[in-house]
Design a protein around this ligand. Structure first.
Ligand code: SF4
Ligand code: SF4
Length: 510
């Protein structure tokens, strides 16, 4: 880890609301997308000439399409309940990182152009013109929101800042002012099939290498099939699972589960990415284009079930949007959606989370484990925002909180939750979600991780926790990077299927 060029916050036993530091993060501006990156995904290459007019036009378009956007902009009474709920405010003290202040950047312009009072008495209601300074502030501070939705849990009106952030990003993209990191990745997945730009033959090689590793370690020939027509299950997983640590350990875990259960499965080189960054930029057309690759792969391979690997925002898109975007689950009524619905086995949820799948197998005793193999670990669980607050799992209320914890307790003996106000729906973001997992935002990422690091530190001190499990590829990558800034080992974070992988019994070694 290079020496930080900023001050890393000190961990406290009880989280404190920071002293306000005006402009503390104004210097942190994520890299702007180049013309080539923008144009590759259908946005203007650079700021268009009449950008103010176009931005207001786009705002009007969003207001007419999405009622929630208008309600969220109208409903805020500035009660202040959300002010100390954002990890980026808690970590930086920058007042514009308070959710209500972040919302107001758009709200002020909305009032100026779309409300009577704002048009005629702008000063009275805080309405503002969209000047270049305001536009730059939008870019800076909407790229400091991970769209985690924590603030919405505490808002008495349920105002979701994430929706406003997505709206702002959609407007910025439409006038040629997009973010490099997110838009470059969207281009790769549209062109090649995954966020990493990993082509099919390279993926095949990687999977074969992993098969050899597993066999060398266990003596068992566990397969990782690619493009296997007629397989029962299509597994769609974040591409980080193919090569990043600790992600790959979970991929190995999924493969062992399929092997032990005797269920045929396949990955697809066409749909080798569960992640869908279209969500982060609030662009439903992009989200749909990415989701359609999965439908195409499912139809081509003739699978009966679609299972999603450990990825937070991917699960949100799959659970909440795949049905209407791509006809995976009841929803779409175009011929391809209908064909897919007829093809998929109605006895299983479409889509299904890998944790639901494994939990069911464990409960029914289809796969067996030796919990003592995880005895070197004292485990806690980090609820990822998009799983906790934007989706569900299984057929029970709160299944997204229960199932992952139940799996951990079924495969390991030592488990401790972090403080109640930092888990379940009150969970803190890892600090790298929503398209902010880029090195040009490292200061923001480290500081934004503070509340989670404090909660983790408390269970480390009280219970000697040495492993934080999570089911999100972004959380895994973010924590691997920021844990050392707070004096923890980067290997402390890992997936639930990493724990399953350790404990699962595949048969005797040969
Ligand atoms: S959605 Fe999350 S990151 Fe964005 S303002 Fe709310 S708490 Fe902060
Ligand atoms: S809690 Fe809701 S109503 Fe209150 S200031 Fe925040 S966004 Fe506005």
């Amino acid at each position: 880890m290079a020496a930080p060029t900023f001050e890393v916050p000190k961990l406290k036993e009880v989280s404190e609301v920071p002293r306000i530091q005006k402009g503390a993060m104004a210097h942190t501006k994520s890299y702007v997308a180049s013309a080539a990156i923008q144009q590759a995904i259908g946005f203007p290459g650079e700021l268009v000439e009449n950008w103010e007019e176009k931005a207001i036009e786009k705002m009007g378009d969003l207001l007419s399409k999405y009622r929630s956007f208008k309600v969220y902009l109208d409903a805020c009474v500035h009660c202040g309940a959300c002010t100390d709920k954002c990890h980026y405010f808690l970590g930086t003290g920058d007042p514009i990182n308070m959710p209500v202040a972040r919302q107001d950047l758009v709200r002020n312009v909305y009032r100026r152009h779309f409300t009577f009072a704002g048009k005629y008495f702008p000063k009275l209601v805080g309405a503002k013109d969209l000047t270049r300074d305001v536009l730059d502030q939008w870019y800076t501070y909407y790229n400091q929101c991970s769209e985690c939705r924590r603030c919405s849990v505490f808002c008495p009106y349920g105002i979701d800042t994430a929706e406003i952030t997505m709206g702002a990003k959609e407007i910025l993209d439409s006038i040629g002012y997009g973010q490099k990191y997110t838009n470059e990745i969207i281009g790769k997945v549209q062109r090649i099939g995954n966020n990493l730009g990993l082509p099919g033959p390279a993926l095949q090689d990687t999977l074969e290498g992993l098969e050899e590793d597993i066999e060398a370690e266990t003596g068992v020939a566990v397969r990782m099939p690619l493009n296997q027509k007629g397989a029962e299950v299509l597994l769609v997983t974040p591409s980080a699972d193919f090569f990043s640590e600790p992600h790959v350990e979970s991929l190995i875990g999924y493969a062992k589960v399929f092997h032990a259960a005797g269920i045929s499965w396949t990955l697809s080189s066409h749909a080798s990415e569960a992640g869908n960054f279209g969500l982060f930029i609030g662009n439903y057309e992009t989200m749909r284009n990415i989701a359609l690759r999965i439908r195409e792969a499912a139809l081509e391979l003739g699978v009966k079930r679609i299972i999603v690997g450990e990825c937070g925002h991917a699960w949100r898109v799959a659970y909440s949007f795949w049905n209407t975007l791509a006809g995976i689950g009841a929803g779409g009524n175009d011929p391809f959606s209908i064909e897919l619905q007829q093809q998929l086995d109605p006895r299983y949820p479409a889509p299904q989370h890998i944790c639901e799948f494994t939990y069911d197998l464990l409960k029914r005793g289809v796969i067996t484990v030796d919990k003592s193999t995880n005895d070197h670990r004292v485990i806690t669980y980090h609820d990822s925002c998009n799983v906790a607050r934007a989706s569900r799992m299984g057929d029970m209320p709160g299944g997204q909180f229960v199932i992952p914890r139940e799996i951990i307790k079924m495969v390991a003996n030592n488990y401790h939750d972090m403080a109640a106000d930092t888990i379940h729906e009150s969970t803190f973001c890892c600090g790298g979600g929503g398209g902010l997992l880029t090195d040009d935002l490292m200061e923001l990422r480290v500081k934004g991780a503070l509340p989670r690091m404090e909660a983790l530190n408390n269970v480390v001190q009280d219970h000697q926790v040495n492993f934080m499990a999570t089911i999100c590829a972004i959380c895994k990558a973010q924590f691997s990077k920021v844990l050392p800034y707070y004096g923890f080992e980067m290997g402390m974070v890992g997936g639930i299927h990493q724990l399953v992988s350790t404990a699962i019994q595949l048969g005797p070694k040969q």
